[in-house]
Design a protein around this ligand. Structure first.
Ligand code: CP3
Length: 336
């Protein structure tokens, strides 16, 4: 069993595996070099050779326990023929939705458009660097994808007033998203993903009354689907107000927490394995602070099955040296 599986399946508290959200990305000079020569982000995600290399870059540098494949949650709308572009210093920009055309897309069309992603998983999972480690496949949660598909860019702080105006469109889209997310998950697992993480980055935007409909129900369906394929599933409902209720209702194998919640409260209330929490901004400070803050999480979750990670993605200005320092602190903690 890999270190991650010991924590997730055996509920071991003897070790703290670590991987980092957005570990394959912009804080690494070797990534920036590839990125500067490949200005189209989607094309880069579909370049199996380069994306395999990017996925493995952090594992070559740091003693991490998992690779997360270099891809994006927005490859799903892309595969559904919605235009997706990544604008420099702005983020993603999506095109209009043609619902009628989208409803005609079948599994073959969908897989054809993004089959290179599955090739990357195949390559990565067979690489020597992955011995006794996990290859993490991932998807965006239906709600977060709906936000991008309707809003057509990151929502920043709030949703537009008329976001829920076209209920027919929203309900149709949710069904399409759920159907193709299952196909995407199945293909990732068939090609070597041994863990699936579901990113619900915009879970915090919803009012309490809307959470069951847009988060609990679709995520519960997806979690059950992943479980039926016998692969563990980690959920990251970022900034959701009630993590405990989320876990009780949707029943993921692991809950990944953001940096706004009190880890002590989480540890007390939630019985399933926990992942993450450390504020990514801590990695921009100094070694002393990193050690102090990382040790805080390690101490709190000392007797709880815990996978070390951040409370959101690693920031672009992070020095790779600080990531290395963090990984070593986590690795040494229970080895003493
Ligand atoms: O290392 C990894 O974690 C794997 C790769 C990965 C990327 N995106 C690559 C990427 C993963 C897991 C994601 C998930 C993702 N993508 C999420 C969920 C996690 C989160 O951060 O909340 C979301 C919301 C997206 C959508 C997205 N993609 C945005 C908003 C942006 C622009 C801003 C940003 O975060 O960089 C992207 C672009 C993107 N995805 C980059 C990378 C490395 C930057 C591309 C560049 O070089 O410009």
């Amino acid at each position: 069993m890999t270190p991650l599986e010991q924590v997730i399946i055996k509920k071991s508290t003897q070790l703290n595996p670590i991987w980092i959200m957005r570990q394959a990305g912009r804080y690494l000079p070797e990534f920036r070099e590839i990125r500067s020569m490949n200005t189209n982000f989607i094309e880069l995600c579909l370049n199996a050779e380069l994306s395999t290399e990017i996925t493995l870059q952090p594992l070559k540098r740091f003693d991490l326990d998992a690779a997360i494949i270099f891809s994006d949650i927005l490859m799903l709308p892309y595969a559904l023929n919605q235009k997706v572009e990544f604008k420099k210093n702005f983020g993603p920009v999506l095109g209009d939705i043609n619902l009628e055309e989208m409803l005609k897309i079948d599994e073959v069309d969908f897989v054809h458009k993004i089959h290179k992603i599955y090739k990357i998983l195949n390559n990565v999972s067979k690489n020597q660097l992955l011995i006794n480690k996990n290859t993490i496949g991932f998807v965006g949660a239906p709600w977060t994808l709906l936000v991008y598909m309707i809003n057509r860019q990151s929502p920043k702080i709030k949703l537009k007033k008329d976001f829920f105006k076209d209920q027919y469109l929203i309900n149709r889209l949710l069904l399409v998203i759920e159907k193709f997310l299952k196909i995407h998950i199945k293909n990732q697992i068939d090609n070597g993903a041994t863990v699936i993480q579901i990113f619900d980055s915009w879970a915090g935007l919803l009012e309490k009354k809307d959470i069951p409909n847009y988060i609990y129900t679709p995520i519960f369906n997806l979690i059950n689907y992943v479980k039926s394929l016998k692969v563990p599933v980690i959920c990251f409902p970022r900034k959701i107000k009630d993590y405990k209720e989320f876990c009780d209702i949707t029943k993921p194998d692991v809950i990944s927490i953001d940096y706004n919640v009190d880890p002590k409260e989480i540890c007390k209330k939630i019985k399933i394995p926990v992942q993450g929490g450390l504020d990514p901004k801590i990695l921009l400070t100094d070694k002393e602070t990193i050690k102090k803050e990382a040790t805080k999480y390690l101490n709190i979750f000392k007797d709880h099955p815990y996978i070390f990670n951040l409370g959101h993605g690693v920031l672009p200005d992070t020095k790779p040296e600080m990531v290395d320092y963090l990984v070593n602190i986590v690795k040494d903690y229970k080895n003493k």
